[in-house]
Design a protein around this ligand. Structure first.
Ligand SMILES: Nc1ncnc2c1ncn2[C@@H]1O[C@H](COP(=O)(O)OP(=O)(O)OP(=O)(O)O)[C@@H](O)[C@H]1O
Length: 490
């Protein structure tokens, strides 16, 4: 569809872009990225034919851009510039109707039913139909942006060029606009070439990305190929971190603010004095959010949480809507479920076991409640029927240190191995199979780290961090099971 070959050029004598070559396929949503001044707008101006190129070639459907008449070009390519402004006082509908100009024989000569239908349709699609009779000068920045988009779409172009289309738009209109563009690329094979400053939006919506740096191509490829942490850090000269989108397999980038360096220098913060115990629940309230990976009823997965609750429930607790009920319980006790990890246990909470384990410059605080009434041998779990019951071994591991994503996962493995060993050493039996149990059917775990102080890369069993986790989980699980067994024997 669009072929850019070895293009060089810029403004009167000064060459801004160097050796730019890429292709854009029909129906593609193509994003142009790059720092301020990298040449994005200059490139877009060249593609739209406003700025002549100094070297190379740009062709559309196999024909050089310079061979099209202005009217042919206007029918084929529509442009939504960065800061659209209009000197004259037009209504919204008149402004949108200007988009049909390239299709008319003369100025509003032969305005057809089809022209009217298209204008009405794009006004509805861009959400401007409700104020179609208002003066464009009286609209907000976001409303005006949508009117100019409607004007560009009314042109029914094959290629739509956009310079930062989501500028001025609030969150919901950003999404609506990009959803609409994506739909037009899929359903009408509209080719969209757009400049983005928001790397995350570009990653979410674009099929292909072109990253410019100082007038040259740094990388061209799919979002996963272009949005690499090291590359973005280098090109934008800033601290960022890449993380996965929670629903779709595209990378997302987050900024790391300067003040996070201060956080990293702070002293350890999680200790046994922060634990409050009652018959109903055990709560650990942190003064700062902790990076947490857990299988809690509330707050499961990866997140930042301040409140950690292990709640006692009756053996016959109805688990049918346990998430909602637990969130209500947390709220009714004065905590925010959005900032909490909540677990349940049928075990008596007086039998909790907890201890702080310290190394030279980091520490681990372990809290375990354990009961083995529904102990299971994982190698024979086929013999068991699936039943949701409140968890019985709940393991909390708080780390006063700065740990990697890898260490979170290794921490869960290490803690699980230590738990299994404790069960085996105490000869806990799966009642269904009569074999040694490896856990219980609904155990829960959390690893929560302050992400300040010492950097800890690994948490496998023989690493410095893994040694504390192993020892802590083994000892606390053994003690908690011991208390449980003693109680049921009494
Ligand atoms: N009309 C002009 N005459 C001369 N130089 C210009 C002109 N317009 C832009 N430039 C220069 O060309 C370079 C690239 O500008 P361009 O607008 O293409 O960058 P950009 O990547 O779109 O930046 P931004 O993200 O800030 O919009 C800059 O150094 C800019 O100063």
């Amino acid at each position: 569809m669009l072929n850019v070959q070895q293009v060089c050029g810029g403004y009167t004598g000064e060459s801004i872009l160097r050796n730019i070559s890429f292709e854009v396929g029909k129906g593609e949503l193509f994003g142009i990225l790059g720092p301020n001044g990298s040449g994005k707008t200059t490139l877009l101006k060249m593609i739209s034919g406003i700025l002549p190129i100094q070297e190379g070639s740009i062709s559309v459907n196999g024909q050089l851009l310079s061979k099209f008449t202005p009217k042919q070009l206007a029918k084929m390519v529509a442009v939504l510039p960065q800061h659209s402004s209009q000197a004259f006082s037009y209504t919204v509908k008149e402004t949108v109707s200007l988009g049909r100009y390239a299709h008319l024989d003369g100025w509003f000569q032969g305005w057809s039913k089809e022209d009217e239908r298209i204008v009405q349709q794009v006004m509805v699609q861009t959400g401007v139909a409700d104020f179609s009779h208002r003066d464009i000068q009286q609209l907000s920045g976001g409303e005006r942006q949508r009117v100019y988009l409607a004007q560009a779409l009314a042109q029914e172009p094959e290629i739509l060029l956009l310079d930062e289309p989501t500028n001025h738009l609030d969150l919901s209109y950003q999404k609506e606009l990009l959803d609409l563009l994506k739909k037009w690329t899929n359903e009408r094979s509209l080719t969209v070439i757009s400049i983005f400053h928001d790397l995350n939006l570009a990653g979410l919506y674009c099929d292909q990305l072109l990253l410019l740096n100082e007038g040259a191509i740094n990388k061209r490829g799919t979002p996963n190929e272009v949005l690499k942490e090291e590359r973005i850090k280098e090109v934008y000269q800033t601290e960022i971190k890449k993380h996965p989108h929670p629903k779709v397999p595209v990378p997302q980038m987050v900024l790391l603010p300067e003040w996070q360096n201060e956080l990293e220098k702070k002293d350890p913060i999680i200790n046994p004095n922060m634990l409050s115990l009652s018959k109903d629940h055990i709560v650990l309230q942190s003064s700062v959010p902790l990076r947490t990976m857990s299988s809690g009823v509330v707050g499961a997965g990866m997140g930042w949480y301040e409140t950690f609750i292990n709640r006692h429930v009756d053996k016959n607790y109805d688990c049918s809507d346990h998430r909602k009920e637990m969130a209500e319980y947390i709220r009714s006790h004065g905590f925010d479920p959005n900032e909490s990890v909540g677990m349940m246990t049928a075990v008596r909470l007086e039998d909790v076991s907890y201890r702080l384990y310290t190394e030279k410059d980091f520490s681990v605080f372990v809290v375990v409640t354990a009961g083995v009434g529904n102990a299971v041998d994982a190698s024979k779990s086929d013999s068991h029927s699936f039943e949701m019951v409140p968890g019985t071994i709940n393991t909390w591991v708080f780390i006063n240190g700065n740990i990697t994503e890898e260490a979170f996962i290794q921490g869960i493995m290490t803690a699980t191995e230590a738990k299994v060993k404790s069960l085996q050493d105490q000869m806990v039996i799966d009642r269904m199979t009569g074999t040694l149990a490896t856990g219980t059917s609904t155990d829960s775990i959390l690893i929560a780290a302050t992400q300040s102080g010492k950097s800890l890369e690994f948490a496998g069993t023989i690493t410095p961090l893994g040694k504390l986790i192993s020892k802590g989980v083994y000892e606390c699980t053994t003690e908690a099971i011991g208390k449980y067994v003693k109680r049921i024997q009494e």
